[in-house]
Design a protein. Structure first.
Length: 410
């Protein structure tokens, strides 16, 4: 199947091309002709032609922080999220999601850390109760790490599961007045060293500046959340310190909104472009009361300032939501995250790169996140121009995953 998208604006994962002709050739991007004359790009017969006038073609979006369970990958693809980076899951449930992603074209693709490494009774064991894991469909609980021997065994177990990267937790609950056991700096360093020795990137769950520095001192490659306890007066200094580590940070302002009770995320329900596509299950998560999750009361404001300061300091910030079946929501949540990044002072192009090319590069996903010949045809076609109005990503016309148009059978 060869499809020509004629005369379309292209955001290629890094920059915007005002007009181009793009051919989807099987599962790959075939050719791209800048100028959009509808002749050079086709380089042979095509089976379908789509008029791209007034539309924008984007790489499929990548959510850099998710937790994927039954039904979530399908919901993600509905909103043009073609890849999710899962950041904590239980092995039996993860195996089922991996099979779906490998066998079906109607769900998002998936990468995962499997279980997070945490101290006994440390975050997130306080929320992953027996009742919760049973509701998710398993009785498997989290493994924990109490000493260096357990740390090495933990990494070996994750490798046996075929993980794509490693996730560790350094969170003592202090940001919200809780007291939780946390990995020591020494244990964090052992985990990072073991992960790196196996060729894995290591991502650290931290929510405060102090925890972030512990993780980065231990050698972590990235932080799973923006730190939420640094006020506007201190945020520039902290961003400069983070920049010295050559690490990245995943945003998750959407998650911080949810757990602090900020109602701003409900704007998704008022946007007909989103509400018409969202499942009833996802709609039901809005307004949920969260408990037992450490987060600074001024987390949204502080995280927004951090996103802006990190951008100025040259630190890569990736767009992620920390979506779950209980909220924030899969798929739609990433469109809200993009809006929040622009409200923090980013340009729309910077936000789009954070959900496409930048994330693909920093997670070694060399076959996606860009629009270029030979790459996977993971694509999102929208009405309007999201490089000037970020909410135009919500005006979804078509989604392709691996060249398969959503709604078609592979």
């Amino acid at each position: 199947m060869r499809t020509l998208i004629r005369g379309v604006r292209v955001f290629d994962g890094e920059r915007t091309v005002p007009a181009a002709d793009v051919v989807i050739d099987g599962g790959l991007i075939g050719t791209l002709a800048i100028g959009g004359d509808g002749i050079g790009a086709a380089a042979g017969p095509v089976d379908a032609v789509i008029d791209g006038a007034g539309k924008t073609l984007l790489p499929g979006l990548i959510d850099a922080h998710t937790h994927a369970f039954e039904g979530d990958l399908a919901e993600a693809l509905t909103f043009g999220v073609t890849t999710e980076l899962d950041m904590n899951n239980l092995p039996p449930l993860l195996a089922a999601q991996r099979r779906q992603a490998a066998e079906r074209a109607d769900v998002a693709d998936l990468r995962s850390s499997s279980m997070i490494a945490t101290a006994p009774n440390g975050h997130p064991t306080q929320i992953m109760t027996a009742d919760l894991v049973k509701a998710l469909g398993t009785d498997r609980t989290l493994d924990t790490v109490a000493d260096s021997g357990e740390a090495k065994a933990f990494v070996e177990a994750r490798l046996a599961e075929g993980v794509d990267y490693l996730k560790i937790a350094i969170d003592d609950g202090g940001s919200s007045g809780m007291r939780l056991p946390a990995l020591t700096p020494e244990l964090a360093a052992v985990l990072v060293e073991a992960g790196h020795a196996a060729g894995l990137r290591v991502i650290a769950h931290t929510v405060t500046a102090g925890e972030a520095l512990i993780a980065l001192d231990a050698g972590a490659d990235g932080l799973a959340h923006l730190y939420s306890d640094v006020n506007e007066e201190q945020v520039e200094e902290m961003a400069v310190r983070i920049a010295a580590y050559d690490a990245f940070v995943i945003s998750t302002i959407t998650y911080i909104e949810a757990v602090t009770g900020d109602p701003n995320g409900q704007e998704l329900l008022r946007d007909p472009r989103i509400a018409a596509r969202m499942s009833d299950r996802s709609k039901a998560t809005f307004g949920r009361e969260w408990a037992g999750i450490p987060m600074h009361s001024q987390g949204v404001l502080n995280a927004s300032h951090a996103a802006a300061a990190l951008r100025r300091a040259g630190v890569p910030v990736l767009a992620g939501t920390d979506c779950t079946p209980f909220g924030p929501v899969h798929g739609a949540g990433l469109h809200h995250e993009l809006l929040l990044l622009t409200e923090a002072g980013w340009t729309p192009e910077q936000a789009l790169a954070a959900a496409t090319g930048t994330t693909a590069r920093l997670f070694g996903l060399a076959d996606r996140g860009r629009i270029a010949p030979g790459l996977r045809a993971d694509l999102l076609l929208v009405n309007g121009d999201p490089t000037t109005d970020i909410t135009a990503t919500r005006a979804i016309e078509e989604v392709w995953r691996g060249g398969v148009r959503r709604g078609q059978v592979a």
